[in-house]
Design a protein. Structure first.
Length: 487
């Protein structure tokens, strides 16, 4: 840990308002904890309602000028931010690992992925297009333009503290919107570092604010009621998302919701089992399972279930658990004890009902929020682990007989964010891809996220898309201008 002292000393600790870090108006702070040790990393400003209102004021001061800034200028700022984040990949990766626990090599992967949204939307900023047509009746001309929605609020989670921010900030700034970010109290340091990086890239003061806080309910509610707020983008649980959608009704806000998942991972009898095991490890164990796209239910056709389960259990049993800065670590700590204990409850419930623990199945003794990588098999229907999002390093395996049964099991959830399946039968690939009720489908792939692709779900997993060409349109209003034939 001593090698990280200089990094921690250099990080911003204040709320980022008006282009600089500021102490909370009350002077209050809260500790950001290291999940590998349980110790405090440093204390940051505990933003209040008053700080949130100040951030809105600073946004209002610059909103019109930023919206009128030429797209190429906005694009250049985003591109410079991409270059700076990329150049400081080690600094960002170490910060991510310290505050949320993932191994350094995975944090480096997040930096590359998160930075890509800045580059992608720097390119999209200059491609915001409308259209002009003649009315079919000949009565005039139809002109359609795109305009920034205005002030946006982003509420971001702890599991990808950089990428979940850049995926929202990138399109908002490209579109000409201002934005206030409320990062998770478990991992605010990366977002504060990103705000400072944007300032260095030339982003005008006030365009982006970051409000770390332990009082998220009041701070967010205050912003949601403010007449200048026009949009909220949230990544988090469906439970919280539903409350925010209710709050958004009073202001008729634009909403983008990337909510919970219960991703099925289907393995059919004709699958390449070597590839399927690798894909399952990627879809389940990446980020220690703390991902909304993580495979939550691994559904395996009974003809290959035992062989697949045995191979997967052997691989997962060999995974090293430890602090993220240890080069040998494969699975880091959970973000906090609360998350670790929730995982333990789900596993214990399944085991009590008769599920077989093939490996793991226990809290790791010692300091830190560690849970052993786990494989469960023969899980009885009704087990909570089949309906609740695990968000941890636990592979829950269920068998099925026919393709129809597998698809029915996959779709038997209110969620519909991501789904995966493995098959070498082209006709089956086409059938299953169409029938899965999910916003994203991985075919013979365990990792599907890409800055150039739309990310979003259906059903209780949310609405709207982030990333891709679709992402910037979430931050644009459509205006119709009716012109006479002579113009």
């Amino acid at each position: 840990m001593a090698s990280f002292d200089a990094l921690l000393a250099s990080l911003p600790r204040g709320a980022w308002i008006g282009g600089e870090p500021r102490p909370a108006s009350s002077g209050a702070t809260f500790d950001v904890l290291n999940p590998a040790t349980g110790e405090s990393l440093l204390a940051v400003a505990d933003s209040s309602v008053e700080d949130a209102l100040t951030a809105v004021e600073r946004s209002a001061d610059v909103a019109a000028e930023w919206a009128a800034t030429p797209p190429r200028v906005r694009a250049d700022i985003l591109r410079r931010a991409f270059d700076l984040v990329t150049a400081r990949k080690d600094e960002f990766a170490q910060t991510i690992t310290l505050e949320m626990g993932k191994p350094l090599r995975e944090s480096l992967g997040e930096v590359a992925y998160g930075a890509e949204f800045l580059r992608w939307f720097s390119e999209e900023a200059v491609r915001i297009n409308g259209r002009t047509t003649t009315a079919p009746s000949g009565a005039g001309n139809i002109v359609v333009t795109k305009e920034p929605v205005g002030l946006c609020l982003a509420v971001t989670p702890w599991n990808f503290p950089l990428a979940m921010g850049t995926r929202k900030i990138g399109p908002a700034l490209a579109a000409g919107c201002t934005m206030i970010v409320k990062p998770s109290e478990d991992a605010p340091l990366t977002m504060l570092l990103l705000a400072a990086t944007f300032a260095e890239a030339g982003l005008p003061a006030g365009v982006l604010s970051v409000l770390p806080t332990m009082n998220a309910v009041d701070v967010v509610a205050t912003l949601m009621r403010h007449p200048l707020l026009r949009k909220i983008s949230f990544t988090g649980s469906t439970q919280v998302g539903r409350k925010l959608i209710e709050q958004s009704a009073n202001q008729v806000l634009r909403v983008s919701m990337e909510l919970g998942g219960n991703a099925p991972f289907l393995v059919f009898d004709d699958a390449d089992l070597d590839a399927a095991v690798e894909g399952a490890i990627a879809a389940k164990m990446r980020n220690g399972g703390e991902a909304c796209t993580a495979a939550n239910r691994i559904l395996v056709q009974n003809g290959v279930r035992e062989e697949f389960t045995s191979r997967l259990a052997d691989r997962i049993a060999a995974m090293t658990v430890g602090a993220g800065w240890d080069e040998s670590t494969i699975v880091g700590p959970m973000v906090n004890d609360r998350q670790r204990d929730r995982i333990a409850r789900l596993v214990d419930d399944a085991a009590d009902r008769g599920a077989r623990i093939r490996t793991g199945g226990a809290v790791v003794d010692g300091p830190g929020s560690f849970y052993a990588p786990t494989v469960l098999d023969a899980i009885p229907a009704g087990s909570a682990i089949l309906s609740e999002e695990i968000f941890g390093p636990v592979a829950a395996i269920v068998g099925f007989e026919t393709e129809d049964e597998g698809i029915a099991l996959a779709n038997s959830t209110e969620y519909g964010l991501a789904a995966y399946f493995y098959s070498t039968d082209l006709a089956r690939v086409q059938r299953v891809s169409r029938r899965l009720e999910s916003g994203m489908v991985g075919v013979n792939r365990g990792v599907i996220s890409d800055a150039a692709a739309p990310f979003g779900g259906v059903k209780a997993s949310g609405n709207g898309s982030e990333g891709g060409t679709e992402g910037i349109h979430e931050y644009l209003n459509t205006k119709y201008i009716a012109l006479p034939p002579s113009l």
